[in-house]
Design a protein around this ligand. Structure first.
Ligand SMILES: Cc1ncc(COP(=O)(O)O)c(C=O)c1O
Length: 458
C-alpha cells in the first residue's frame, strides 16, 4: 500500500467504508485500487495487470472494454437519460427488454418486472409471492424455503433467504417465514458410499419432511440458484432438481430460480435452468444481464404469478411497489446491447467450449496434495482446498488456506475469490483457452507456493 498521506489508498482508508470487508483489518492493509479494464484483464493503480477470474462479481460477460456498451449508453443518455414505469408510463428500451426477456425464457413466461440489484429483485419476488397468496385467499401461505449456503442478497428479506452465517450474525436475521433446507453438496455432506442420486433423494426427503412439519398450506415458494455461487460454487448432484421439483409440484409450491449468476450463458446454456431441467415460475436475473456496466435486474414471472397479482392490484387500486431507478432507460439500453453481443458472438457457445477446457484443466489438479474437490460447469468452477485429502480437514481455521492461496493468486496476477476454502473462478465469457491456461498455470504455481507453509516438513 502507498503510505503517503494523500495517496488514493490512504484516502480510501480515511473516507471509504467497504462492502464485505473486515473494516478494522482494512485500516492496516488498505485497498487494491483498480484503475482500468481491458478484455479479461484489469489493471491496478501501480500498473499491475491481473486476469479478472471472477468477472468482477460474477458479472462482466463481455469483458471490461466493450465499446458497443459505451455507445449504447451514450446514445440513450443523449435521447432520454431517465424515465420510469410507475403509473402506466413506459419507454422503448424497457418495452424492448421486457419482450426480449420473456421471449428468451426457457419456459413459458408472461411478464418482466424491473429492479436495480439482485437483492431488490429477490425482495420483490418475496413481496409478489405474499401478495399472490393473499390474492388467492390463502393468507397462511407465506413461508419461503431457501437453502443453507444459498446466496440471494443482502437486503433484509434477501439476506434472510441467504443461508450463510455472516449475512445473519449481528444483523438480527433471518426474519420470520423464511426456512432453510439442506445444501446439495455431495462431496461434503453425503454419507459414506451414498451415490449422487441417493443423496439427492435424501435431500428431497428432507424438503418434504420440512414441508409436512410446517404444514404444506403455509409454504408459498422455494428459491434456489441452479448452481450455488457465493456459497462455494456448489453444483447440484445428479437427480437433485428433478427430485426437488417433484416435491414442490406435489404441494403446489412456487419455484423461484435465482439466475443472478447462472443467467446469460455462464453454465454453457443461456440459463442455468436449462442446464439442470428447472421449470421455474419466477426467474430472477441480474449481473450478466448488462455485464454489470450499469445496475439493472429483472424478474420474469409466469401467468400463475401474474394473474392473481393483477386481480389483487385491481382490488386495491395499484400494485404498491416500484423503484425510482427500476428499469432505468440507460441501463435497459445497455442490457439490450449486451444480450445482443452475447448472442452475436455466441458467448454461450464459448462458455461451453472454453468452459470444458477450464473444467478439464482444473480437474487435472485433483491429485494436488492441497486439493479436496474440483467442481463446476461451463465457465464457473471452484476448487476446494484441504490440508488433509482423506479427512477433508482444513488447514488450521476454516478459510485460512483459501485466504492464503487467494492472496498468492493476486500476487501472481489473478484475481479470484475464496469462499471459505473454496477458490472460485468465474471469468468473463469472452475468455480464450490460452487465457484459461495462463489462469490455471498461475493457480498451480500458487498452490505449490502454499504447500511448504501448509506442510513445513514436506
Ligand atoms: C445468486 C445471487 N442472487 C442475488 C445476489 C444479490 O445481488 P446484488 O448484489 O446485486 O444485490 C447475488 C449477488 O452475488 C447472487 O449471486
Amino acid at each position: 500500500m502507498d503510505a503517503r498521506p494523500n495517496s488514493p489508498e490512504a484516502r480510501d482508508v480515511r473516507y471509504h467504508m467497504h462492502a464485505y470487508t473486515n473494516a478494522r483489518k482494512h485500516q492496516e492493509t488498505g485497498p487494491l485500487v483498480i484503475e482500468k479494464g481491458d478484455g479479461v484483464y484489469v489493471e491496478d493503480i501501480a500498473g499491475n495487470r491481473y486476469i479478472e477470474a471472477m468477472a468482477g462479481l460474477w458479472s462482466v460477460a463481455v469483458g471490461f472494454s466493450e465499446k458497443r456498451l459505451v455507445e449504447a449508453a451514450t446514445r440513450q443518455m443523449s435521447k432520454l437519460p431517465y424515465y420510469h414505469d410507475f403509473g402506466s408510463k413506459a419507454h422503448s428500451p424497457l418495452i424492448d427488454l421486457a419482450e426480449k426477456l420473456v421471449k428468451m425464457a426457457p419456459v413459458p413466461m408472461s411478464k418482466a418486472y424491473f429492479t436495480n440489484s439482485g437483492s431488490e429483485a429477490n425482495d420483490t419476488a418475496i413481496k409478489m409471492i405474499w401478495y399472490r397468496s393473499n390474492a388467492l385467499g390463502q393468507p397462511a401461505r407465506k413461508k419461503i424455503i431457501s437453502r443453507k449456503r444459498g446466496y440471494h442478497g443482502v437486503t433484509i428479506a434477501s439476506a434472510s433467504l441467504t443461508g450463510l452465517p455472516n449475512n445473519h450474525l449481528s444483523f438480527d436475521l433471518p426474519i420470520a417465514n423464511i426456512l432453510h433446507t439442506s445444501t446439495p453438496h455431495h462431496w461434503r455432506d453425503a454419507e459414506p458410499g451414498e451415490s449422487e442420486e441417493q443423496f439427492s433423494a435424501r435431500l428431497a426427503d428432507d424438503l418434504e419432511k420440512l414441508v409436512l412439519a410446517e404444514g404444506p398450506e403455509t409454504i408459498a415458494a422455494f428459491i434456489g440458484e441452479p448452481i450455488m455461487g457465493a456459497g462455494g460454487v456448489v453444483v447440484p448432484p445428479a437427480g437433485y432438481w428433478e427430485k426437488i421439483q417433484a416435491v414442490l409440484s406435489k404441494y403446489d409450491i412456487l419455484l423461484v430460480a435465482d439466475e443472478v449468476i447462472c443467467g446469460f450463458g455462464r453454465t454453457g446454456e443461456m440459463f442455468g435452468s436449462q442446464t439442470f431441467g428447472i421449470k421455474p415460475d419466477i426467474m430472477v436475473l441480474s449481473k450478466q444481464i448488462s455485464s454489470s456496466y450499469l445496475p439493472i435486474s429483472a424478474l420474469i414471472i409466469n401467468d400463475k404469478v401474474f394473474e392473481p397479482i393483477a386481480d389483487e392490484s385491481n382490488r386495491i387500486g395499484t400494485f404498491g411497489h416500484g423503484f425510482t431507478g427500476g428499469g432505468h432507460p440507460v441501463a435497459a439500453a445497455v442490457a439490450l446491447e449486451n444480450i445482443k453481443l452475447i448472442e452475436e458472438r455466441d458467448l454461450v457457445g464459448n462458455a461451453r467450449k472454453v468452459g470444458a477446457h477450464l473444467q478439464a484443466r482444473l480437474r487435472k489438479l485433483a491429485s494436488h496434495p492441497l486439493v479436496g474437490e474440483v467442481r463446476g460447469v461451463g465457465l464457473i468452477a471452484a476448487v476446494e482446498l484441504v490440508a488433509d485429502k482423506e479427512s477433508k480437514a482444513p488447514w488450521g481455521k476454516p478459510a485460512a488456506l483459501g485466504a492464503l492461496v487467494n492472496g498468492l493468486l493476486q500476487q501472481n496476477g489473478v484475481i479470484s475469490r475464496n469462499m471459505g476454502d473454496a477458490i472460485a473462478f468465474c471469468p468473463p465469457l469472452i475468455i480464450t483457452e490460452a487465457q484459461v491456461d495462463a489462469l490455471v498455470d498461475t493457480f498451480e504455481r500458487s498452490l505449490d507456493a502454499a504447500l511448504p507453509q501448509v506442510r513445513p516438513q514436506g
